[in-house]
Design a protein around this ligand. Structure first.
Ligand SMILES: *[C@@H]1O[C@H](CO)[C@@H](O)[C@H](O)[C@H]1NC(C)=O
Ligand SMILES: *[C@@H]1O[C@H](CO)[C@@H](O)[C@H](O)[C@H]1NC(C)=O
Length: 606
């Protein structure tokens, strides 16, 4: 009997537990959609100087809408980023300066204890100024055995460690920067020729990372963004547009000043890259990429710079034993850090000599929006190290992306499409330069909210190379315009060279952003509506909850006609609403299902 009672008691407790849990779960579950009352955002971002205006660029000829990267309606699209942790804390072999060391303590703490006895290294090498298949590299000159440390006078090496019986049990790769006599010779000769032709000699460091929209940088790389913008007064180009689809057709305008199809030759080795112009005037050049399979460099057969990491990166890629953690790590180092370390050696070596570098990274950021978070710590550490050690005191830094995310669910939404067009571009000039040339600083700040493109970066690089102050005369509009001059207020997308497909807004009429009641549809083509009334709700962007879809004016064709695009296309109760010519009132049956659109949208939506 007592047993029976305690059994009932247990059942009862279990039921109460399930009820409470269910209620709680329901609460959370429903709470998710209480958009109207919620002030919740994806992250706290009080530290950002986020523009309050509805447009990032708001000029007479061009408007680029501002979309809050943290808007609640986008929340479900984004996952929390996680930090990167390479499996090994202490590498068995590591480098410092031009020396490599064996860390026996780390050996003893690993499975290699009592097995590994010594190491040797080989040189990874390609001929310079010679056409070879872009995956070509040679491994040669195996060194003598070493058990403690050894100095390296080569650029790239592969280290292998062995058991007493000669079985190799460990491999790693390292890069070094040494003076190259022929390069120094060329640089000195060219430098003398152009010695007194310009007012300032600035070094240039260009670092690109694949597929990061400015908005996604604010979401997932905010520490790096804050550091560069708040501590080093980086110019943050809000209106920086890509001009074509993917990496290659955007990097070519930036580095050659032309669209790919405007170049007469498809022999890419003949392209006159901007770094060649720097080289001709006395600069050493550097070109590196992390992932050889993604690389821009795959299209070329001649090394793209005096210092060029492709042979190392191809050799590393081909070795299956060194990679860990989704190919983010090479033993204890990230792949990104390996390239940054090479860049650091280069920038440090030539700190007081003219040098140019171009580096592209794709491994961490190319495929998944939230993986960009992994890159944040890495770049923050890198920039802090560089600035604090004064490595950049004479260098202009361009830290940028080529385009936003080009795949996935988010890319199908209006904000996703918009972000794809708006990669980040941060430019840091040395502080002494900004002080000495206040007009340049003023222009850069104005241009941060003008329509800009990779073509302008090309013109800016040309301007920096021949810097003799800035002319006072009126600047004439061109496709490539130096950002050291003021970009004209009335510049259009056409004039900036943005391909029609990438237009954001063609013309601007004075219609305030906000929420509009849509009365009739206008059958010109899908998605164009005549606006009858609008509600004066604070400008901003969309949000949706169970019964509300917020629309974003996309494209203004003529007075009173705006194309609206629903920003948000998927949730439990709002079913996909394809852009098209629908009459919007109440219940409609559309192919995807049933939904309701309220007529009046309250002002506390935002
Ligand atoms: C590693 O282990 C070996 C043999 O077990 C020993 O001789 C050596 O001192 C150890 N080294 C370190 C740094 O712990
Ligand atoms: C653009 O602005 C310039 C300078 O204010 C002016 O001279 C020019 O006519 C304008 N162009 C157009 C197309 O409005």
């Amino acid at each position: 009997m007592r047993e029976h009672r305690s059994f009932l008691c247990l059942i009862f407790n279990l039921l109460v537990f399930i009820l409470v849990y269910y209620a709680y779960y329901q609460h959370v579950w429903l709470g998710q959609y209480k958009v109207q009352e919620s002030k919740e955002r994806l992250f706290t971002i009080t530290e950002f100087k986020i523009p309050s205006a509805p447009f990032l660029v708001d000029t007479s000829a061009c408007k680029i809408p501002y979309i809050d990267p943290f808007d609640k309606s986008l929340k479900h699209m984004f996952r929390k980023g996680t930090a990167i942790k390479c499996a090994v804390i202490n590498d068995v072999v590591y480098s410092k300066g031009n020396t490599i060391f064996i860390n026996w303590k780390a050996v003893n703490n690993s499975q290699l204890k009592n097995r590994m006895k010594y190491c040797k290294y080989e040189v990874i090498w390609i001929p310079y100024n010679e056409k070879r298949h872009n995956d070509f590299f040679m491994v040669k000159k195996e060194s003598k055995e070493f058990v403690d440390r050894t100095d390296i006078s080569n650029e790239f090496i592969r280290v292998k460690c062995y058991t007493g019986g000669g079985l190799d049990v460990y491999t790693n790769f390292f890069s070094f920067v040494h003076l190259k006599a022929d390069v120094e010779d060329r640089c000195e000769k060219n430098a003398i020729k152009f010695a007194n032709t310009r007012q300032e000699q600035l070094n240039v460091m260009m670092m690109g990372i694949d597929s990061v929209a400015r908005n996604n940088m604010l979401r997932y790389m905010k520490e790096t963004w804050k550091y560069l913008v708040n501590t080093h007064n980086a110019i943050d180009l809000l209106g920086y547009n890509k001009v074509a689809d993917n990496t290659f057709p955007n990097i070519v305008p930036m580095t050659v000043g032309k669209f790919v199809n405007e170049l007469s030759s498809f022999d890419f080795d003949n392209y006159n890259f901007i770094w060649n112009k720097y080289s001709a005037k006395g600069y050493r050049t550097f070109y590196a990429e992390d992932c050889p399979k993604m690389a821009f460099r795959r299209r070329f057969k001649i090394p793209l710079g005096d210092y060029f990491n492709r042979p190392l990166s191809v050799a590393m890629e081909n070795d299956k034993t060194v990679w860990y953690y989704r190919k983010y790590c090479v033993h204890g180092r990230t792949d990104t850090d390996i390239v940054l370390d090479y860049l650091k050696k280069y920038a440090t070596m030539f700190q007081s000599k003219q040098h140019f570098s171009f580096t592209l990274f794709s491994r961490l950021t190319q495929e998944i929006l939230h993986e960009t978070f992994k890159a944040d710590k890495i770049y923050l550490k890198f920039f802090k190290d560089f600035f604090e050690n004064d490595i950049l005191k004479n260098t202009v830094v361009f830290f940028f992306s080529d385009h936003g995310m080009r795949f996935g669910r988010f890319r199908e939404t209006f904000p996703g499409k918009l972000e794809d067009r708006l990669p980040f571009m941060l430019i840091v000039f040395p502080s002494w330069f900004i002080k000495k040339y206040p007009e340049v600083h003023r222009n850069l700040q104005i241009n941060a909210r003008r329509l800009t493109t990779p073509f302008d970066i090309f013109a800016t690089l040309e301007h920096i190379l021949d810097f003799n102050g800035i002319e006072k005369k009126q600047v004439t509009k061109q496709r490539s315009m130096s950002l050291l001059h003021e970009i004209p207020e009335n510049r259009t997308c056409d004039e900036a060279g943005i391909l029609p497909h990438w237009y954001l807004i063609k013309e601007h009429y004075q219609i305030p952003a906000g929420y509009y009641r849509i009365k009739e549809h206008y059958q010109i083509s899908a998605g164009y509506y005549r606006i009858k009334e609008h509600y004066q709700i604070p400008a901003g962007f969309i949000t949706e909850s169970r019964n509300i879809i917020k629309f974003q004016p996309v494209f203004i064709e003529s007075r009173n006609i705006i194309k609206f695009q629903p920003v948000f296309i998927e949730s439990r109760n709002i079913i996909k609403f394809p852009a098209g010519s629908y009459r919007i009132k109440e219940h409609y049956q559309i192919p995807a299902g049933y939904y309701r659109i309220k007529e009046h949208v309250s002002s506390n939506v935002k």
